[in-house]
Unconditional design. Structure first.
Lengths: 266, 275
């Protein structure tokens, strides 16, 4: 266990050295968050109770979603990109040699990265959002740790999906096609641009049950208090269920892949 | 002088086409990936537009504009931005090239540096965005209520061309900024892709001072908003002068000149990282 903690800590430290990239990222996230905020304001001005949210809820949703882009890894993230590159170049052989779990190693590394991105890009974007718009914050102190747990589960679900995409490189060599498709689906189905609660009735039930709902919608609903008591438990259970199921699929796929791995260059 | 400039431009365009053709053949060697990427590129803009459709499941209009009119705004900027991205989008990777030293290699080749930077790793699959944008625009044109005339058609065609030129200038300006700050690509993204996202919606949803900025400082409103007001036959909700509707070509020309100047200055003052 201490090994994985060490991997996570080093991953955290590694990403914390890219200060300029962090600041540039916060700037970009904020620009997009401002644009999306105005579109939400236009929607809620017309329909003040759309999706059971009010305007202030929707603005909070918008900024949390932007803060989650890098933390959860809604689009692409360097850790799993690195795995795909290592599969293509053959460096993955070194990873498979190690007397540790391949999946565990990279999950630890991704969690370390996510922790850094949460504390830097996540927190700072929220501060920018809080300064520019009137946002809503958790009603009581104990909601904060629950949100953190929910976000962490979201990271694990996202990691498992990104790992599956990276594993496609075992067969295709180049993951970019599958990755692009996955990014598109993930941006739409996680509710990065439009909250999932705005989907028309039948579609809403479907998208709220999919793994991508773990990325933004579940943590935000806990944050806003739209999920409380049993709602929190069912939300966390949905996330944990997807996390476990997808990690199992990952493990199975990796077992298949490593059986047929041929390292380029002999 | 003018003839030499013309000959050089022609040579650069030919070199660009040759390099772009080469990269298209390269991407074709990973066939599955190429097919999936092109498909993904098509789906991207579709889901992008689907987000707007989801909003319209909850409201009849945004900022006083209906779905057909917003599809018109969306389609025009998507075609323009898609064309610019296809041709010069790769310029945004300049910082990466400077860091890796591959930019230095380009400087010693007998082809314009800009043509090389744009053609390097040229991705034909980006055409998917243009096609999808054109599909949304086609649908918008079929359903939108417009009293078509020759002038309106000319303005429509010119707004697509001028929009593409404005985005091209933004891409090159953003890249020139990377001569100063190697890690600036994400900041540049905020302007190019941010600008594209901004004008997918009617500017009536933004506060007045932001619209002033988008007109006079970061003139992305000329990509589609002002010409669209003319094509759709709408009065300017912000009461700005009417001639702005026909100012897009001028704005595009000025921005391109500015971008060319910035790029030349960047190349002139470029010093290798030494790696």
């Amino acid at each position: 266990m201490s090994l994985y903690v060490a991997v996570a800590l080093r991953s955290f430290r590694r990403y914390s050295t890219y200060t300029a990239a962090t600041l540039a990222g916060i700037f970009t996230n904020s620009v997009f968050a401002v644009i999306i905020s105005f579109t939400y304001l236009a929607v809620w001005r017309q329909n003040p109770h759309a999706g059971g949210y009010d305007a202030r809820d929707s603005l909070t949703y918008c900024w949390v979603a932007q803060a989650m882009i890098m933390t959860v890894g809604i689009l692409n993230v360097p850790t799993t990109d690195e795995v795909a590159t290592r599969i293509r170049t053959g460096d993955v052989a070194v990873d498979l040699y190690r007397p540790t779990s391949f999946l565990g190693w990279w999950l630890a590394s991704d969690l370390g990265r996510a922790a850094y991105h949460l504390l830097s890009r996540g927190v700072l974007s929220m501060i920018v959002g809080g300064l520019l718009f009137d946002l809503r914050y958790p009603a009581s102190w104990w909601v904060w740790p629950v949100v953190v747990v929910s976000v962490s589960l979201g990271v694990v679900v996202s990691f498992a999906l990104r790992m599956l995409v990276a594993s496609s490189a075992f067969w295709l060599l180049d993951q970019t096609g599958v990755q692009q498709l996955s990014i598109v689906l993930s941006a739409f189905l996680s509710g990065l641009y439009v909250p999932l609660v705005l989907f028309p009735s039948w579609g809403r039930h479907v998208v709220l049950a999919l793994p991508w709902a773990s990325y933004v919608q579940v943590p935000v609903d806990i944050w806003l208090g739209h999920r409380s008591g049993a709602g929190i438990v069912s939300g966390l259970a949905l996330q944990a269920g997807w996390a476990v199921a997808l990690l199992l699929v990952c493990a199975a796929v990796l077992r298949l892949a490593t059986r047929r791995v041929v390292v380029h260059g002999g | 002088m003018a003839e030499g400039l013309l000959r050089r431009a022609r040579w650069d365009v030919r070199a660009f086409l040759m390099l772009a053709g080469m990269w298209t053949r390269v991407s074709w060697s990973y066939r599955t990936s190429f097919a999936v990427l092109t498909f993904a590129s098509l789906v991207t803009t579709f889901l992008d537009f689907a987000a707007i459709l989801v909003m319209f499941a909850n409201v009849p209009a945004l900022g006083g504009f209906g779905l057909a009119e917003i599809a018109f705004l969306y389609g025009t900027t998507s075609v323009s931005a898609g064309l610019a991205d296809l041709v010069v989008g790769n310029v945004e990777r300049l910082g990466q090239r400077i860091r890796l030293g591959s930019f230095d290699a380009m400087m010693v080749r007998p082809v314009g540096v800009l043509a090389q930077v744009c053609a390097d790793q040229f991705a034909m699959r980006r055409l998917g965005r243009v096609i999808q944008g054109a599909a949304v625009l086609g649908w918008a044109l079929a359903v939108v209520d417009v009293d078509w005339s020759v002038v309106r058609l000319v303005v429509l065609a010119s707004m697509l061309v001028c929009g593409a030129l404005i985005f091209t200038a933004f891409f090159v300006l953003g890249a020139s900024f990377q001569f100063v700050s190697i890690d600036g690509s994400e900041v540049a993204n905020a302007f190019t892709y941010g600008g594209h996202t901004l004008v997918q919606y009617p500017l009536t949803i933004y506060p007045r001072h932001l619209v002033t900025v988008l007109t006079f400082v970061l003139p992305v409103a000329f990509v589609n908003w002002y010409p669209a007001l003319f094509v759709l036959g709408r009065p300017d909700p912000f009461g700005l002068p009417g001639w702005l509707r026909f100012a897009s070509p001028l704005v595009a020309l000025l921005l391109c000149a500015l971008a060319g100047l910035a790029w030349r200055t960047g190349v002139r003052h470029y010093r290798s990282t030494g790696s």
